[in-house]
Design a protein around this ligand. Structure first.
Ligand code: CTP
Length: 236
């Protein structure tokens, strides 16, 4: 036989050596920014790259979980993880709702809040009719739906990417969406959030406790998020 790729060997070694505190736990994580079509060649999207969601998928698998990653991002497939590729908020919603009977759901994706009402069937041309007006409608917030139908055995995790009033906004989302924990992320701070390899977050728990996670690699932040998930599950 051929030798496996180095990253595959490393991932299996990590899983063999890590504390298997998510063994037998099914975890669905979303990653990346959704892309909402304007016409066949143009989209409305956001600055999310999926790095934090992928890091969570990798860390969860290393700690023994059965992981499904629902992603818009074009990144190397994490070892051992089931991958479901989607593009729009609607596709992500359907992929997640079909798989929502699991112990842990982590909504790390930056899901569009608005999309073009009626995407053009053909490329919009600049000759002729002047400047197009793109009319938007709200997407369905399926994290709210997940929170409304949350089974008692499930831990539901949201993300709040904010530029101001970070903790107040995140606390509001935690309560409004019936989450067990929320990861608050100041995306305007240096070295933090979209596209960076590092992140700095505050994890807010439903019981009112919180933990500050210092600036570190997204894998390190992923491990801290999973520590909090394990903690929340122990008290369920
Ligand atoms: N989310 C979702 N479906 C949407 C939009 C967001 O599931 N259509 C999820 C995201 O994956 C994230 C969380 O909800 O985990 C936070 O979303 P956000 O858009 O920041 O929250 P809102 O309550 O819409 O607040 P805001 O006014 O900041 O948009």
């Amino acid at each position: 036989g051929r030798l496996a790729a180095p990253e595959t060997i490393v991932a299996h070694a990590e899983r063999a050596l890590a504390n298997p505190d998510l063994k037998g736990v099914r975890l669905v994580v979303t990653a990346g920014g959704t892309r909402e079509p304007i016409d066949p060649v143009r989209v409305i999207s956001n600055r999310s790259t999926g790095k934090q969601g992928y890091a969570i998928a990798e860390a969860a698998w290393a700690r023994g979980a059965e992981v499904t990653l629902v992603t818009t991002a074009d990144r190397p497939d994490p070892v051992g993880v089931d991958i479901v590729r989607v593009e729009t908020a609607d596709e992500m919603q359907h992929a997640v709702m079909q798989r929502c009977d699991v112990e842990v759901i982590v909504m790390a994706a930056a899901v569009a809040d608005f999309r073009p009402v009626d995407p053009a069937g053909h490329k919009i041309k600049k000759t002729g009719a002047g400047v197009p007006e793109i009319v938007l409608e709200k997407t369905h917030d399926f994290l709210v739906e997940l929170g409304e139908h949350k089974p008692s055995h499930q831990t539901l995790v949201g993300f709040a990417a904010e530029t101001n009033n970070v903790l107040a906004n995140a606390t509001g989302k935690l309560e409004r969406k019936n989450l067990d924990l929320i990861v608050a992320n100041d995306v305007s701070a240096p070295q933090t959030g979209f596209g960076h390899d590092t992140n700095q977050v505050t994890i807010l728990m439903a019981d009112g406790s919180s933990s500050d996670v210092a600036l570190m690699s997204k894998r390190g932040v992923a491990e801290a998020i999973i520590d909090s998930i394990v903690h929340a599950r122990e008290r369920q």
